[in-house]
Design a protein around this ligand. Structure first.
Ligand SMILES: [Zn+2]
Ligand SMILES: [Zn+2]
Length: 104
């Protein structure tokens, strides 16, 4: 057996978790607690996820996370249903208008 492949293969005796094809070699050491798929199914997965990645822009432009709350503005009493931060509970919370007024 010539080592023309620089990718190390591990000898295994498993079945593909999706199609049941017998798997005798894997390019990684199986952990045992994760399903293992044959090269055909892996290829299918890869092309699927590549399709899903398109148009799905994760990263710098993520919208600001909002926390759903049920509070009233400590100043004017306006109902506040979401905040851009997790309220600590021991600090008064103000509505947007009051925050803007306080800022200047
Ligand atoms: Zn398979
Ligand atoms: Zn207010």
């Amino acid at each position: 057996m010539a080592f023309t492949n620089d990718r190390q293969m591990f000898d295994v005796d498993l079945s593909c978790a999706k199609c049941g094809t017998h798997i005798s070699q894997l390019p990684f050491q199986p952990s045992g607690d994760r399903p293992v798929y044959c090269s055909e199914c892996n290829r299918a997965f890869r092309s699927e996820s590549r399709g899903n990645d398109r148009g799905f822009n994760r990263g710098s432009q993520a919208p600001r996370q909002m926390f759903a709350v049920n509070l009233s503005c400590a100043d004017c009493g306006t109902k506040i249903t979401e905040l851009p931060f997790q309220p600590s509970g021991d600090k008064p919370v103000y509505c947007r208008a009051c925050l803007q007024a306080k800022r200047g």
